[in-house]
Design a binder for this molecule. Sequence first.
Ligand code: NAD
Length: 359
Amino acid sequence: MAEVKKIAVIAGDGIGPEVVAEAEKVLKKTEEVFGYKFETEHGLFGGIAIDETGTPLPQDTLEICRRADAVLLGAVGGPKWDNNPKELRPETGLLGIRKELGLFSNIRPAVIFDCLKDASTLKPEVLEGTDLIVVRELTGGIYFGDKFRREGEHGEEAVDTCVYNVQEVERIVRQAFEIARTRRKKLASVDKANVLETSRLWRETVNRIAPDYPDVELEHVLVDNCAMQLLRRPSSFDVIVTENMFGDILSDEAAMLTGSIGMLSSASLGEGSFGLYEPVHGSAPDIAGQGISNPIATILSVALMFRLTFGYHEAAAAIENAVKEVLDAGHRTGDIAVDKSRAIGTVEMGDLIVAAIRK
Ligand code: NAD
């Protein structure tokens, strides 16, 4: 009997429940095909949690997440809650859940599906073979350093401080090396070591631990150069690891290589194998409830969960292949369809992918 894996399922707002429902069908199918056992527990989060419990991140939901091996999240937010005070906003719940669960890295794959190459703004020949992951540090750096205003010689000044300690750098870089080991074994560490002291500490730390991973090929890339190389030679990258602000910018740039937000999965990881998996897109209130959202980002988030938390690599590949097969056969939801009149709905896309999952 396979070990039972516990998954906290948090659908959230807008299209969240629609896309998560399709991902749950995928979980069920992989139980049948691969003999896994999943136990799911559902929790309220975001706007719906505000409406029903008065807080975006109820204690019950946190408990469900803490009991689980992994969390599958849809999306949160919407115009209904946009004018709420800060503590009653869905986005506050997002920051809270990451903090409470000790998640310190954000992982975003950018994979080009051949049949969607034309959806990108880059030339197909540049994109050929692109399959990379950006690993972004989430808890340190300039976003969390001291911030203040002061009176300077030329009037008011603003100061943001960027702080990193060795331990913060080491834990994320080790995680990135480990991820690289499960892939093409190439790691690009991105910094600005020619200018920033935090980057010099970052680079020293990377060089110190690199000998522990002799099987992984390491390169150091300056962030400005990396921004260029992502557009020039995206297929040459495998895993990119970088600090918070650089990662914020580079992961959005890498996301755009693929051309569609409805296709992008992500993970936030802490110590050990625990992780929170979610599509990169938001709750898309403009199309919520119409049954036309693309469930692929959420389905690919399940594949990412299988790889990074459960080590179910064969099933992860089966999900990714199923997505590819369905796209190759010409099926598209509205966001990725050239001929919108032939677009299929959320449930139909989910059903086709589920049907294509096999050993
Ligand atoms: P969004 O990603 O929700 O939507 C941007 C555009 O992409 C919209 O036109 C939408 O229809 C389309 N889109 C997004 N996902 C799609 C999918 N799966 N299939 C088809 N089309 C899709 O971003 P936004 O409009 O800026 O934000 C809407 C709400 O979502 C806001 O309240 C925002 O705060 C929230 N948000 C939440 C998260 C999260 O939960 N992690 C992330 C981003 C935004």
